[in-house]
Design a protein around this ligand. Structure first.
Ligand code: NAP
Length: 483
């Protein structure tokens, strides 16, 4: 165990390493530089993979009780330093300090669930005698670690999404190499520090800071890396899927989540939950609300209340407890959002509130009458913009919800069970929240999407299944007596 602070280096197979080439990390609030981390080379990634080949043996041989102890100790370390972790998330990313504190608590929970699930990695017996000629066989399957996991993570939950890779990988007895987003590498390095202090044996974990195209490519294409666990955008996910070749792949991608509000809903609750689900983390949230379909008879009231509550969101200094929404991750992203809104307005959309940019800040924005062929109607905005649409009935709302190439989460507000079950049956999503917005998740549930939203499921137990492989064992008994 070393005591060097994480921000001075990257974590290569249990050692903190510095490099001359650097990636500067900026605070999106004012573009001030926070610090620099190494810009790893392809050779660094190859070294991490070489070390992980030894690490995967050490990890697989680590008894389950030791894996559990390490995971609990890492969770404890995060808890003891929760303020430092939260400030790091808020500083390097765009979350407010309140949102960042919430992410730290979730990270602790993710690690603790990983520890608990480690003891439940099991298989089942197989009745081989279901086939004539197999009467003399007994057996079962149990699960083995995949080996080396390559994990690639995005900027928007820079700590907990990394915990969702490291926790299950270590619980399942794998070695893991994490390549965090280049704009938010510090939280991932802090988590490596937690595992370092927790006594994780060297070589099991690396956090390699470097650009996706330079070091990410090496990780994705290397034949010794048996699984790529990716969280990020659809375009990057598709590219990685093509490059990876024959290895396990888990793809946690984006969405433009729909929420349906029917006339029998609790309107006040539907409005406040949907506003919150639209603008948390400045809309940079894979399950954030982007499209809201409201039944015609309640549309006008919903729109009025929704705009009132959106306009009341306080945008500004992330480090203040009173701030509701911070900046986007950088000015380029805010400019992209601005251009998508301008395109929609140019094609006839009504801008009800927002629509203004100041550096990386983009005001919470509500649009109506957005034409179907606008980018914002089809693609993931990943920013603080929401689209409201009136609909005749549930049927129309479901058809419109399903009309895009995404399907991560959806929400429906209704007091009617028939309506809820109709939506459960017909919506093409990985998760449906009844009387909640799409923006609801706990860390111990299966999480993932369909269509362009991904392949596979995270949520600790599901990740452990993805990060292990069943091995069947059959005993042929020579002299088994048949009664
Ligand atoms: P991104 O641009 O796709 O980047 C994600 C990661 O991929 C980064 O670490 C990036 O590295 C790396 N990368 C880029 N090109 C690569 C390549 N050719 N090979 C290997 N790695 C490469 O996504 P983002 O902007 O950070 O995150 C936003 C997206 O993530 C949104 O679409 C959001 O919905 C999605 N997301 C999904 C979930 C989920 O669980 N479903 C959760 C959160 C976010 P660099 O930073 O160095 O470019």
């Amino acid at each position: 165990m070393t005591t060097q602070t994480a921000v001075q280096g990257m974590y290569l197979a249990g050692e903190w390493m510095t490099r001359e080439a650097k990636i500067d990390v900026y605070d999106p609030h004012d573009q001030s530089m926070i610090c620099s981390v190494p810009s790893a080379s392809a050779e660094d990634m190859l070294l991490a993979i070489k070390e992980a080949k030894l690490g995967m043996k050490i990890a697989a041989e680590l008894p389950v009780y030791k894996r559990m102890e390490i995971l609990h100790r890492a969770a404890g370390y995060v808890g003891e330093h929760r303020d430092r972790f939260a400030r790091t998330i808020a500083k390097e990313g765009s979350k407010t300090i309140t949102e960042a504190r919430g992410e730290v608590e979730r990270c602790i929970e993710t690690l603790r669930i990983s520890a608990e699930e480690a003891r439940r990695i099991n298989g089942e017996t197989i009745p081989f005698d279901q086939r004539p000629g197999s009467e003399d066989r007994l057996g079962y399957y149990f699960r083995f670690p995949v080996g080396i996991i390559g994990a690639i993570t995005p900027f928007n939950d820079p700590l907990n999404l990394v915990a969702h890779k490291m926790g299950p990988a270590i619980a399942a007895g794998n070695a893991i190499i994490v390549k965090p987003a280049s704009v938010t590498p510090l939280s991932a390095l802090l988590l490596a520090e937690a595992f370092d202090h927790a006594g994780l044996p060297p070589k099991i974990l690396s956090v390699i800071t470097g650009s996706g195209s330079k070091v990410g490519d090496v990780l994705v294409t290397h034949p010794d890396v048996r699984m790529i666990s990716f969280t990020g955008g659809l375009e990057t996910g598709e590219k990685i899927t093509h490059q990876a070749g024959l290895k396990k792949i888990s793809m946690e991608l984006g969405s433009n989540s729909p929420v349906i509000v029917l006339k029998d809903a609790d309107l006040a609750h539907a409005v406040s939950a949907t506003v919150s689900g639209s603008f948390s983390a400045a809309g940079q949230n894979c399950i954030g609300v982007q499209r809201v379909y409201i039944q015609e008879s309640i549309y006008d009231t919903f729109e009025r209340l929704f705009v009132e509550q959106t306009a009341a969101i306080s945008v500004g200094d992330k480090m203040l407890e009173t701030t509701n929404m911070g900046p986007m991750i950088n000015e380029n992203e805010a400019r992209r959002v601005e251009s998508w809104v301008e395109e929609a307005v140019g094609k006839g959309a009504n801008l009800l509130t927002g629509g203004m940019r100041d550096g990386a800040y983009y005001a919470p924005t509500v649009l109506t009458h957005v034409a179907k062929d606008c980018t914002i109607a089809q693609q993931e905005i990943f920013g603080p913009v929401v689209l409201l649409y009136p609909v005749r009935d549930l049927d129309e709302a479901i058809d419109l919800s399903n009309s895009v190439n995404y399907g991560l989460h959806a929400g429906i507000f209704t007091e009617n069970l028939e309506n809820a079950f109709e939506a459960i049956t017909r919506l093409q999503v990985g998760g449906l929240m009844i009387n909640d917005s799409s923006d609801y998740r706990i860390d111990g549930m299966p999480f993932g999407g369909v269509k362009g939203s991904g392949i596979g499921r995270e949520g600790v137990k599901s990740s452990i299944l993805e990060m292990t492989e069943p091995r069947v064992v059959s005993f042929k008994l020579k002299h088994r007596k048949h009664e």
